[in-house]
Design a protein around this ligand. Sequence first.
Ligand code: PEP
Length: 258
Amino acid sequence: MPPQKRQVITDMRRTLIAGNWKMNGTLESVIQLVEGIKAGDAGPAQLAVCPPAIFLMKVGGMLEGSSVALGAQNVCDQASGAYTGEVSSDMLRAAGCQYAIVGHSERRALYNESDELVAARFAMAVQAGLTPILCIGETLTEREQGITETVVSRQLDAVIETQGVAAIANCVIAYEPVWAIGTGQVATPQQAQAIHAYIRGKIAALDAAVADKVQILYGGSMNSGNAGELLSQVDIDGGLIGGASLKATDFLAIAQAA
Ligand code: PEP
């Protein structure tokens, strides 16, 4: 791809580096982490952090007036009521969230979240003005069976068929091969780019403008050493970072690599 075209595309889609802290940290360590991130330099990339739900209000308060966005790790598919343990989209908005992860592979695998439930969570996030970060990706067995594209297609279709392709314009997609999450076994830039291009192509077949606009992040063992090459791929618009988002210097180094 000629450099000029690359420039045009990246101008349209700002790099997003989002940290998924999962169920890690203490109140003290979270405060330290936020202070470290706020004090650092992320370069031109947009940063977002997704702390455990219990810390959202605290982190939201600390991020007020900063350019770092706040995200939740999940959102309820219902507006309110008898849904013990869930957190609603309005509650997340009130805590200052701009993003909500939906369909993370740990939720799909450990808590049996189906494509349909993920789509319902997605819908609720959009309705409340949150930007869903929709996670999709194949397991190692699925990759070995050669059905990676079928799997990500199915996961994406569950949202497109219920919400319409226009809804994709209001979300961020995170391609996260399950075999790369938390394993240290990162996808090669070529492997990741191939699936990102497939995802964008699939959306483009329905609506070219939406495909041009939507940010597609890569997630799975991204760190400051491999981020530069991954993020230089034309269809990789940022990263969803697990382990390496738990130290401010590592997280900021990934953003700087962009
Ligand atoms: C994740 O859980 O979304 C993730 C990408 O984790 P890690 O960076 O640790 O592989």
